[in-house]
Design a protein around this ligand. Sequence first.
Ligand code: AMP
Length: 403
Amino acid sequence: MSTFTNHNFANQKALIRVDFNVPIKNGVITDDNRMRAALPTINKILKDGGSVILMSHWGRPLKDIEKKPELTLADFSLKPIIAPLAKLLNTDVLFADDCIGADAFDKARNLKPGQVLLLENLRYYKQEEKGDKDFAQKLAQLGDIYVNDAFGTAHRAHASTAVIAEFFPGDKKMFGSLMEGEVAAAEKIMHNNEKPFTAIIGGAKVSDKILIIENLLERATDIIIGGGMAYTFYKALGGQIGNSLCENDRLDMALDLLKKAEEKGVCIHLPSDSILADKFAADANTASSLSNEIPDGWMGLDIANMAIEHFKTVIGNSKTILWNGPMGVFEMDKFQHGTKAIALAVADATKHGAYSLVGGGDSVAAINKFNLAEQVSYVSTGGGAMLEYFEGKELPGIAAIKK
Ligand code: AMP
């Protein structure tokens, strides 16, 4: 496997799978972070004297059109990306209306060093998500070398994210710089971590996080559990949780996890106290109590002071930290304090030499909300992909390149 950094792309046509699935409202991009994340890869290739063919999906055209027949493929076009991308790259961006076929092929063949070609949405074709070999081969014909820089879709065995790699020899397929960074960060946490290794797992449901917790029981020294999922554990242990979020069909599973942790010598930390609300709303009345003594009519929506102090100590003693999922309903000001305190504690531990990775959905939104993204070691761009990686699954997008 070649590495991106030491490959010279001069006079080569690099076919790059990017993740330009950016939010677009009324034809305007409202958050271009995913495009910015691909810039180092594109710029390095252009600087080397190569040319770039970009392919991406956007939305779920075929599925959405089936549900809403008033929509057409044009509603899912990548055309609104052309001008903003040209601005970010400071160069013209050519466009092919179809990601395969004669026009795309000709435009790709005529591409000169330094030029950029963007292909229309891959998901206009159902073959993309099906991982169709013929479709992948047609895409593969467009470039001399395949670069996968779409970590956000690395957990999908789609034509452009995994299957396509079969059509390139080992030295002609590689991760881009974003993907290289993601894979290196994830591997460091999973396989090369310094102990004590604390995993902070939060969010709404235990059922969503069961696989990641089970896998972390093999690796972490401490697991902090916060957010709505903590109350299923307290209920399973016989506590009173009032109207807090609870998955009654997961009580046995919660007890089983606690038992496994004890057997393996992994310390599970539950939030001893909670900030309570009398309704699930930003203007709710609030109170606090022990997390296993929540009165009826109240629900736990954040961790409270004792829990925060306890978690801060655990985090402060850690050399490796993985954070996935908020400690409370951080979207509402009254219930953001716990998540913010944990974000600050992770930043502080990082300052004192710990390696920290924040990944997977809402904890990334939280670290950004508190402007602390620069103060942790790594913030992952791939929500679902990162989660599956930490569940111990092999990601097809990674495996296809490493094969
Ligand atoms: P997840 O996507 O599973 O990581 O869950 C994130 C969501 O969990 C966020 O939208 C939070 O508002 C929500 N959440 C966190 N803590 C609680 C809680 N105590 N009760 C209800 N929802 C919560």
